[in-house]
Design a protein around this ligand. Sequence first.
Ligand code: KG4
Ligand code: ZN
Length: 400
Amino acid sequence: MPKELPFRIGSMLILNKTARVFSKPSKSKIYAFLRSFNFSPGTRFLHKVVLGIETSCDDTAAAVVDETGNVLGEAIHSQTEVHLKTGGIVPPVAQQLHRENIERIVQEALSASGISPGDLSAIATTIKPGLALSLGVGLSFSKQLVNQWKKPFIPIHHMEAHALTIRLTNQVEFPFLVLLISGGHCLLALVRGVSDFLLLGKSLDIAPGDMFDKVARRLSLTKHPECSSMSGGKAIEHLAKQGNRFHFDISPPMHRVKNCDFSFTGLQHVTEKIITKKEKEEGIEKGQVLSSAADLAAAVQHTAACHIAKRTHRAILFCQQRQWLSQSHAVLVVSGGVASNFYIRRALEIVTDATQCTLLCPPPRLCTDNGVMIAWYRMDYSQTLRQDAVKQSGWRKEGP
Ligand code: KG4
Ligand code: ZN
């Protein structure tokens, strides 16, 4: 997802997460055997295997997933370190980096899976939303593969894929509530089926991860010895553990607005003003780390957590009042990079405990942008269709 002048801190990650962790050579052999086996004369056994390609923002990711949700191969290249140097994502730079890496990443995912291109059932690719220049690279590369390998093309909506990822790792029935919080996403939706989303709230300005990144950058946390290789949000969480949030009083955003929307720009600006004031008090230049950085990190993290928890609480109550969530098994799914923040998770846990909901988060590698969710999304779709449980209506906005 695109960010408004995003700033991401961290080291360049070139991960082939699959080679050892996810590739299951013995299973691949079993699938190869099954594919070659005729169960009834003239009928070839069909086992769906999809290649997913994701280039919507600054991660070039690919994965090969089968219809049972097995991740056969996965690879990802993050551009974080490059964008750190330019102070945010510059779309033409992101485009160039996607171009340089996409072929290798797709090849790595395929090799790790042990699946040959001819055995793929389809190629799924993110088509929206995202940075146009980044999306274009994935799309034209997929188009090339589709023509070359003569495979069906599956267009994927990035946010819907994020929202459904939990069904890959947990048995979650529709409807459930989803909270997507990252550097580019901030939305609350009721997921009633695949491609059947009711939008309850969204950020009116920037996403929480973007706010954390901007505050971390203003605090120059890359110069802090303990945080130099951390993303902004992670650095804030790390420092907050050493700080005292009561040293600063930052009021939560939108506390008079009784709906499920979010806002983080005000919080960013208030925090920046405090930083400027503190720099004067401590007699230090902009660009040096404040002695009170940990206290400030604790205060901003606490305020963001309260804001997120409060809006989510309202959304749960709103859905429960209308009996839109299961009375016995109401589920809140939280995903996105910010969902890895334990303080925010704890705040959400308090809300789910109070409302008899279950809080579920995909594992961290599936919370952030990845190719697995892109490959898996339509597979879940076809499975749900088979169960005849889908009423399609796309995204609609509703809320208190
Ligand atoms: O989902 P993601 O990898 O990428 C997109 O933004 O799409 O999320 C990255 C965002 C960054 O803004 C980063 O600062 C934030 O997630 N983040 C965190 C934490 N780890 C990453 N925010 C708060 N606490 C964390 N522990
Ligand atoms: Zn995303």
